[in-house]
Ligand binder design. Structure first.
Ligand code: ROI
Length: 168
């Protein structure tokens, strides 16, 4: 069994529902179970500003899949959400990023572990820190990376934003 962390993001077609549905779907992937999920966060877009805010979250996944088999599953899941990605760094219905896979470091054309630039993205680090405050990233504690970021614009959704989920 391996422990993988997956970043979720959406800013189209009811993003809260997209992310919550995807969390349920992650739990149903073959040889995989969701071990924990972060809160959902409303985050200002990185990249072009003329697009809606994103909803971001992170899930911890226990899996017996290999990193590339898991990546295949995540990409198939994105396609099932009829992912739209017409513009580079533009709005999307669902993004699933494989952030970490145990302590593996990988630098292949299809997959880089840890995920490229995650150490500089508050919409990844803030939910990840919720799940794994003791995690090390590139030999530094997650909290040190976070301290360097201005995560002020990120807003954790509360029960008034999100009605309780039926299944997760
Ligand atoms: N911005 C935010 N806030 N959250 C994302 O998940 C996200 N994903 C992206 C780009 C367009 C770079 N910006 C983002 O792919």
């Amino acid at each position: 069994m391996s422990l993988a962390y997956v970043g979720l993001g959406s800013n189209l077609d009811n993003p809260i529902a997209q992310v919550r549905q995807a969390l349920g779907e992650l739990d149903r992937l073959p040889l995989s179970d969701v071990a924990s999920i972060s809160s959902l966060y409303a985050t200002p877009p990185l990249g072009p500003q003329d697009q809606p805010n994103f909803i971001n979250a992170v899930a911890a996944l226990e899996t017996s899949l290999s990193p590339l088999a898991l990546l295949d599953q995540l990409q198939a899941l994105e396609q099932r959400h009829r992912r739209q990605r017409r513009l580079h760094w533009g709005p999307r219905t669902l993004d699933l990023d494989l952030l970490l896979f145990d302590r593996q470091a990988l630098d292949s054309p299809r997959l880089k572990l840890p995920h490229w630039h995650m150490h500089a993205r508050d919409f990844v680090l803030v939910p990840l820190y919720e799940l794994a405050p003791d995690l090390m990233l590139h030999q530094r504690p997650l909290g040190d990376w976070l301290a360097e970021l201005d995560s002020a614009p990120i807003r954790r959704l509360t029960d008034t934003d999100v009605t309780p989920a039926a299944t997760i």
